[in-house]
Design a protein. Structure first.
Ligand SMILES: Cc1cc2nc3c(=O)[nH]c(=O)nc-3n(C[C@H](O)[C@H](O)[C@H](O)COP(=O)(O)O)c2cc1C
Length: 190
C-alpha cells in the first residue's frame, strides 16, 4: 500500500487560491505516494469538553480518523492578519487531542504559503512552524515556499498555469518527497 501525503489547505473559501494550489499538487505526486486532499470544512471549533466529557462531535472523530491514515503532510496556508487562518490552527488543535493521541506526531511536513500580496504569507508560514515544533512535526526547511501574487497563477478554469512558479512547485514537491523518504523521525511523545 502506498504511503499517503495529506494536503491541508487553510481556507474554506469557494474560490480559494490555497485550495486551487492543493488541487494542482495532486498531479505532482510521484508514483510511490498518494497525495490526498483533507477537507477542513466540517471541523467544529475545538472545545476541550469534546475530550473531557462524552459526546465527541462526529466531524471531529472523522477528521482525526482521516489524519491517522496520513503518513506525511503538506500545509498550504494563506495569511490572515499576519498569522495562520483560524480554520488551520483549529485543525491543528483538534488533531492534537486527546492528550497523548496527537495525529501529527512525527509526520514529516512541508509548509507552502501564498498570498495575493508580495509578502507571500511569511507571517502565517512561520507562525504555523511554531506550532509544528511543539507538535513534533519535522518540517522541511529548504526550499522555503513563499508564493506571492497567487491570484495571477491560475487560468480561467482554476488550473495552475505553466511557468516558473509551477516548475518551482514541482521542485519543492520533489524536495519534500526526499524529506519524507528519510524516515528518520521518531515519535518523541504519544
Ligand atoms: C480576515 C482576513 C485577513 C487577511 N490578512 C492578510 C494578511 O495578513 N496578509 C496577506 O497577505 N493577506 C491577507 N488577507 C488576504 C488574503 O491573502 C486573501 O483573501 C487570500 O485570497 C486568502 O486565501 P485563499 O484564497 O486561500 O482563501 C486577509 C484576508 C482576510 C479575509
Amino acid at each position: 500500500m502506498k504511503n499517503v501525503i495529506g494536503i491541508l489547505a487553510g481556507s474554506l473559501r469557494r474560490e480559494s487560491y490555497s485550495k486551487k494550489l492543493a488541487n494542482a499538487l495532486l498531479s505532482m505526486a510521484p508514483d510511490e505516494l498518494e497525495f490526498r486532499i483533507i477537507s477542513l470544512a466540517d471541523i467544529p471549533i475545538y472545545n476541550q469538553d469534546f475530550d473531557d466529557h462524552p459526546g465527541v462531535p462526529k466531524a471531529v472523530t472523522a477528521f482525526r480518523k482521516e489524519m491517522e491514515q496520513v503518513d506525511g503532510i503538506i500545509f498550504i496556508t494563506p495569511e490572515y492578519n499576519r498569522s495562520v487562518p483560524a480554520v488551520l490552527k483549529n485543525a491543528l488543535d483538534v488533531g492534537s487531542r486527546p492528550y497523548g493521541k496527537s495525529v501529527w506526531n512525527a509526520k514529516p511536513a512541508a509548509v507552502f504559503s501564498n498570498s495575493p500580496s508580495n509578502l507571500s504569507a511569511f507571517g502565517a508560514n512561520h507562525h504555523l512552524r511554531q506550532s509544528l515544533v511543539f507538535l513534533n512535526v519535522p518540517t522541511m526547511q529548504q526550499p522555503e515556499v513563499y508564493l506571492p501574487k497567487v491570484n495571477e497563477l491560475f487560468d480561467e478554469s482554476g488550473n495552475l498555469k505553466e511557468g516558473s512558479t509551477k516548475d518551482f512547485l514541482q521542485k519543492a514537491v520533489n524536495a519534500y518527497v526526499e524529506w519524507f523518504n528519510k524516515k528518520i523521525f521518531k515519535r518523541w511523545k504519544n
